[in-house]
Design a protein around this ligand. Structure first.
Ligand code: MOS
Length: 719
């Protein structure tokens, strides 16, 4: 039986709080950790089906045009050119789902063919020696050199911002640039496809199996039922594995054509070329406030880019309409159609760069109006969503600001250039963290056996975030079992379809479906005990009702199966759902070299119920490091002549490394959100990315008096 919940109403009293187990929320270690560090967790490229051939992707050496012909190279079994591969390699499919696309080269570096051989070396050698003839087309590759288009979707504007700017005693009007960002997951994109008659099994690095299955079936022209995707372990995705990619499509096409399993693994450089990127942005921010620091005008105009015909555009201004209130607002979002690689969701799409820039602008306004940056934010927190007047589902920004200021000793902050240690200027900065929250439909199945062991099954993925562990904790809590008696099986489309990992909605959404499946099983246990489910207590493998207490093994004769299905309902529209927090940073800026060292960072986050304090904290630590990357190091540079990605490996694309990262402190602001279902838990993965870079950039200004508006803030922009 399936327990179905549509979240139409707030749930103020969570049944989980009545349960006696106390496993949920505990900072448990990741269950699959030992498998990963000992090499026993098999990633996409690590199985070896009999007779497997090796495919190497061939990339376009022109920015746009047609492939006229490819001359086969010796040593290859086949050179496969297929329009479907080109189509899926061009546009990415992260969120939009399958659709018809181009059959021509759209950007330099795009996959245009697959060379297959008996060994990787032979395939690579053949691929390097292919002679390819092109018909080259002249296309724009620079987002500032084209007339941008305004998407049809409503732009949020009200009042008269120009007038508000003229009349305000204090204002800021400036332009920021953020560069292209790469997801840069550690595990390169890889796939192994193996056909059995008209059915195919593909092992691949993927974040969202149920939608990936539809996309892949569409790409191959088969029914989804004929396709099984396996992704039990994924070495990070950060958005780049939300949709299917060229390697999986190519492997499946080649395997069918050759009648043997085919493996395709991208090189590190190919990952940077072929996985979608976060668009570079140009952001003009206008802010106006009165003498008390109340915002009267907010302007946020964003320019992003993508390929012609691609639906996705970096939602830079996503949080701007509801983070602060102002009577006069102008929010504009424009897209430049250019021929760089496909842009898609990367590590907190929208807010990662939008909130970061906006929070830098607020710091400039605080300085102009001579108001403490924390006070400025506290003064402008809206009580309802300004655009729609909907209430917030929960809102702990003020608490995060107050507690952060206290913990960080914010009162010790001095004006710029006044704290000096040797050749270093020391400064402090802060910013608000905000990210939209979403519940997504999800299904799960739970089986409780007479041996008192439970199995959780869903096609949810664990991309290194702790899904195995938290889903196990939820089931252990709801079924009254020690955690080690719950086995969690993920990453297989044979299991009920869940959300996949993305948009910070995975844990809370798939977790709710697991909880519902357990509720269904509890109901069956209650029936066997002859009591109502509310009167049943499950603890340590025992079932208790009134004076009767029995081991589960005495109650259950044959396996009990429950399915859970959650879908968003009225609360998705009736309230504004978001997560909140505050970022704090102290930096040292070298007065001679412009080098920035982050000395300490503090983050406070409110994300509803915390399902596992350790994995939650790890998410936040990672997000704060990404903020360091946005502020100081990360840039995927494009060649201005042809648009190709230049800094295309981990040596050139600088993610902060251990030596860059100081002590980071994370605290959770206690919160339950009744509008997101019985778990009362919200997204956590991306919030800590949103604004952490601003705290660093604001600290740089506080240290040395310099504002960097062209990110990242490398030393050349500071000295
Ligand atoms: Mo995330 S960028 O939705 O993987």
């Amino acid at each position: 039986m399936t327990r179905h919940l549509r979240v139409d109403e707030p749930i103020h009293d969570s049944p989980l709080d009545q349960m006696a187990q106390g496993v949920l929320g505990q900072p448990l270690n990741r269950l699959e950790g030992p498998l990963k560090v000992s090499g026993r967790a098999t990633y996409a490229a690590e199985s070896r089906p009999r007779g497997m051939a090796y495919g190497v992707l061939v990339q376009a050496a022109i920015p746009a045009g047609k492939v006229l012909g490819i001359e086969d190279a010796p040593g290859a079994i086949a050179v496969i050119q297929d329009k479907r591969m080109i189509r899926y390699a061009a546009q990415g499919l992260a969120e939009e789902g399958p659709k018809a696309g181009p059959e021509e080269v759209e950007y330099m570096g795009q996959a245009i063919a697959l060379v297959v051989a008996d060994s990787l070396e032979a395939a690579r050698h053949a691929a390097q020696n292919l002679k390819i003839r092109y018909d080259v087309q002249d296309v724009p590759v620079d987002p500032t050199a084209v007339v941008p288009e305004l998407p049809p979707k409503k732009q949020s504007s009200t009042g008269d911002l120009d007038k508000a700017m003229q009349q305000a005693p204090f204002s800021v009007d400036a332009v920021w640039h953020t560069p292209t960002h790469a997801a840069a997951a550690m595990e390169p994109h890889a796939a192994i496809a193996e056909w059995d008659g008209d059915s195919v099994t593909i092992r691949a690095g993927l974040q969202m199996l149920s939608s990936n299955r539809k996309q892949m079936a569409d790409a191959l022209g088969i029914r989804p039922k004929k396709l099984r995707l396996l992704a039990p372990y994924v070495g990070g995705g950060f958005g780049s594995k939300l949709g299917i990619n060229a390697e999986a499509v190519a492997a499946a096409i080649a395997a069918r054509e050759l009648g043997r399993p085919v493996q395709v693994v991208m090189t590190r450089q190919q990952v940077f070329d072929l996985a979608h990127r976060r668009s570079e942005t140009r952001q003009r921010i206008r802010l106006a406030c009165d003498h008390e620091g109340r915002l009267t005008g907010i302007g946020h105009e964003a320019l992003v880019s993508n390929l012609p015909g691609s639906d996705f555009s970096e939602p830079v201004t996503q949080a701007t309409p509801f983070t602060y209130a102002a009577a006069h607002r102008q929010i504009v979002h424009a897209v430049a159609r250019i021929h760089r690689s496909c842009a898609g969701s990367v590590r907190a799409p929208g807010e990662a760069v939008g909130v970061t820039v906006f929070e830098c602008a607020l710091d400039e306004l605080a300085e102009a109006a001579d108001i403490d940056p924390v006070a400025l934010r506290l003064r402008n927190i809206p009580t309802v969503e300004p655009d729609t007047e909907r209430p917030f589902s929960s809102h702990k920004l003020a608490e995060a600001l107050h507690e952060g200021a206290e913990r960080f000793n914010w009162s010790e902050r001095r004006p710029p250039r006044q704290r000096v240690e040797g050749e270093w200027f020391i400064g402090m900065g802060m910013a608000t963290a905000v990210r939209v929250n979403q519940l997504v439909e999800a299904r799960a199945k739970v089986t409780l056996g007479p041996d008192g062991r439970a199995i959780v099954e869903t096609d949810m993925t664990d991309i290194g975030t702790g899904t195995y562990t938290i889903l196990g904790q939820i089931a252990a809590e709801a079924l009254g079992l020690p955690q080690e008696r719950v086995e969690v099986r993920l990453g297989d489309t044979d299991f009920p379809p869940a959300t996949g990992s993305g948009g910070s909605f995975g844990a809370a959404s798939s977790g709710t479906s697991v909880y519902l499946a357990c509720e269904e099983v509890r109901q069956q246990i209650a029936k066997a005990m002859g009591c109502e489910a509310v009167d049943l207590t499950l603890q340590n493998g025992l079932a208790r009702a009134g004076n009767v207490e029995k081991p589960l093994s005495d109650v259950i004769q044959s396996p009990l199966v429950g399915e859970g299905y959650v879908e968003p309902g009225k609360t998705e529209k009736s309230v504004r759902q978001a997560t909140w927090g505050s970022h704090w940073a102290e930096v040292a800026v070298n007065r001679w070299t412009g080098e920035v060292r982050v000395r300490r960072m503090l983050g406070l986050f409110s994300c509803g119920r915390i399902l596992n304090e350790k994995t939650a904290r790890s998410q936040c630590l990672g997000g704060m490091v990404f903020g360091m990357g946005i502020a100081l190091t990360e840039a995927l540079e494009h060649d201005p002549r042809d648009g190709h990605a230049v800094t295309r490996d981990l040596g050139e694309y600088h993610i902060p490394c251990h030596a860059d990262v100081p002590h980071l402190e994370v605290h959770f602001v206690p919160e339950r959100d009744p509008y997101v279902g019985p778990l009362q838990a919200k997204g956590i993965g991306e919030l800590s990315i949103c604004g952490s870079g601003a705290a660093i950039l604001n600290a740089i200004h506080n240290a040395c008096g310099i504002r960097v508006r062209d990110l990242p803030a490398t030393p050349d922009k500071i000295i």
